[in-house]
Ligand binder design. Structure first.
Ligand code: SAM
Ligand code: SF4
Length: 333
């Protein structure tokens, strides 16, 4: 049996220490930049079981991965999600278990997540205006999400961060209000440029593109943003708001390429190991798992071999949509 390395290193010398796992493609929202209104979801048999997800997480941790983010779709709408987080939280060698959620289920799960060992939570929140929030999520209830954020604050996570996708003429005029909100809550925020993942209806990505530089310019009128080298291991460039504990991050796949320091891979709800968000290079871990039940060596081997096809970088073109046919909910954003 071939020996396996203790760490995952790709052809460009980048060490993979971070895996994002989408545990469902389903969601109780239909955000306009993420899904089409009549999104078709995968049949249950096509998505990894909770046991298979745990096997994948275990394999990565045994290959030196230190950080796992559980995401979706909306991870907290999957039955058994909290139990799964509890099991992943017990893996020896895992330093950070984190979660990305739309916040709709946080009011009832925040304490359970904390005791499962979740360290940090990212909550998506694009607007503080109930009508706008409903328009951007198509279904979401702003008050429910705000109550969820408060429940997470009460539960005492190490850090909470808001993620806001900013679209011109939808919520671009709210960026200062969102920063006021996070300062008042003593938490962080990242502003995200929309990525062209999957075909979406009802809005034109090129026309509604609002760059990180535009957002930064708007914020500079109200706040003093001090550049900081701090990182959470992700692609955000951070600033600290002078006189506060709040950090403002910018995730800018169009205007600033962050591929040179890429330390991550993703696993889709179907068990496809995606080597890059902006390319289709992938391998089918579900096939490996189902052809070799219980064989961790084969699973780890497949993961090690995948390092040979991790691309050097992504090339997003907002005008040529869709460049990538996967939607973000199937990708594990
Ligand atoms: N449902 C959870 C949520 O909304 O936080 C987790 C999954 S969601 C796909 C993860 C993140 O991806 C969210 O912050 C969302 O705003 C972001 N996202 C979704 N579609 C995107 C797109 N086309 N471009 C950029 N970010 C996107
Ligand atoms: Fe659901 Fe998150 Fe996608 Fe919105 S961004 S539709 S909440 S998966």
């Amino acid at each position: 049996m071939a020996a396996l390395p203790a760490q995952l290193i790709d052809r460009f010398g980048r060490r993979i220490s971070y895996v994002r796992i989408s545990i469902t493609d389903r969601c109780d929202f239909r955000c306009i930049y993420c899904m089409s209104e009549d999104m078709a979801f995968l049949p249950r048999a096509q998505i990894l079981t909770l046991e298979e997800i745990l096997a994948v997480a275990t394999a990565f941790v045994e290959l030196g991965v230190e950080k796992i983010r559980i995401t979706g779709g909306e991870p907290l709408v999957r039955k058994g999600a909290v139990d799964l987080l509890q099991e992943i939280g017990k893996l020896r060698g895992l330093r950070e278990l984190v979660l990305t959620t739309n916040g709709s289920q946080l009011e009832k799960t925040a304490l359970l997540l904390k005791s499962a060992g979740v360290k940090r939570i990212n909550v998506s929140l694009d607007s503080l205006d109930g009508d706008r929030f409903r328009k951007m999520t198509r279904i979401g209830d702003l008050d429910q999400v705000l109550r969820g954020i408060d429940a997470a604050l009460d539960a005492g996570f190490e850090r909470l961060k808001i993620n806001a996708v900013v679209l011109k003429n939808r919520n671009h005029d709210e960026v200062s209000d969102l920063v006021d909100y996070v300062i008042a809550k003593n938490i962080d925020i990242s502003f995200i440029e929309e990525m062209p993942l999957g075909a979406v209806d009802g809005h034109d990505r090129a026309e509604e593109y609002y760059s990180s530089d535009d957002i930064k310019r708007d914020l500079d009128r109200r706040f003093v943003l001090l550049p900081t080298p701090e990182t959470t291991g992700g692609p955000s460039r951070y600033y600290r708001v002078s006189g506060t504990h709040t950090r403002v991050g910018f995730i800018s796949p169009h205007s600033h390429n962050f591929c040179g320091t890429c330390n991550r891979v993703r696993v889709t709800a179907e068990g496809r190991l995606l080597l890059c968000l902006g390319n289709e290079h992938s391998i089918d871990l579900k096939r490996v798992l189902r052809a070799n039940p219980g064989d961790m060596h084969k699973l780890k081997h497949a993961i090690v071999d995948s390092m040979a096809i991790k691309p050097e970088r992504h090339y997003f073109d907002i005008k040529a949509q869709p460049v990538i046919f996967r939607h973000m909910n199937a990708t594990g954003g």
